[in-house]
Write a protein that binds this ligand. Sequence first.
Ligand SMILES: C[S@@+](CC[C@H](N)C(=O)[O-])C[C@H]1O[C@@H](n2cnc3c(N)ncnc32)[C@H](O)[C@@H]1O
Ligand code: SF4
Length: 291
Amino acid sequence: MGSMTTRRRNCGVLQIEPTDFCNLTCPMCHPQQGFRPNLHGDLLKGYMDVGLFRRIIDGIERSDVCFDHLIFQWLGDPSLHPELFEMLRYARQKVSDRFDYFRIDTNAILLTPDRTEQLIDAYLEDPLVPVLIVFSLDAITRETYRKAKGRDYFDVVMANIAHFLKRRGELELETITLNAEFQFVMQSMNAHEARDFVDYWDRTCAQGRNGVGYNDIMVKRLSVGTGGEKQHAADTIYSDTIERFGLAPFKKEHIELKIWMERAWEEHDDPDSARTDLDLGETGLAAPTVA
Ligand SMILES: C[S@@+](CC[C@H](N)C(=O)[O-])C[C@H]1O[C@@H](n2cnc3c(N)ncnc32)[C@H](O)[C@@H]1O
Ligand code: SF4
């Protein structure tokens, strides 16, 4: 089984945004509401130039900086970038010694079988350099997916992930470090599925070779940009649901369960050090009345 390494804890994360376009409008995700043409100041939404990406990586190669990991995402979905896996390939070729692993967060709508082949090709260039794919799912039924993600792509996403797991399982390697995280951001409209979500991915990864590599399920807190009462309500849904279903972290051979008992910034002495400029706005609790 592959594992996630932890050699560079506290070295910081380098976040690179291949695109700020997204093909979803999850109600919790304020930046993607309203189809705004610009999310970063006056800059129109766009796709990162691969030449610029290479220059950044070349600069890292020339320097002596190192990071915990490189994460390909910010306000959009990185899978929309046609050259995402070329970027991944380039970074792993040039600066794999500066990062413990390379991470892509995606809603997986465009992680089609063709794109999975591109990912696997890039990964296989050096199978010992870990890659983590975080699947932002937030639901385990079509109905709830439609509410949590705003559109009806549940079947597409589940088929894409099943294909990813199948292809990964077919890799004939002693150590596989093409890793997966199944992410569930707890909200009022999906909380009732938290246990089923955990059980589904636990069961799925236990089957055949679906669990090769490192896998985890992340049950994550909803962030509400406005904080205050609405954040408190979101936190209450979170803790009530964890308690109601008796969810507790576990570590099995094929998968781990991770629970965020505290919000990340509460673990820091300096709250500003852990803040992001991700404006999550008021829409974090967009459907507070749906149980
Ligand atoms: C903005 S998305 C960009 C990457 C990709 N589109 C995705 O969904 O994984 C980055 C992460 O933010 C999370 N996210 C978005 N809105 C959130 C919120 N209000 N609270 C907590 N996490 C949120 C998503 O679940 C995702 O894991
Ligand atoms: S959370 Fe990710 S998939 Fe959902 S709208 Fe935001 S950027 Fe898109």
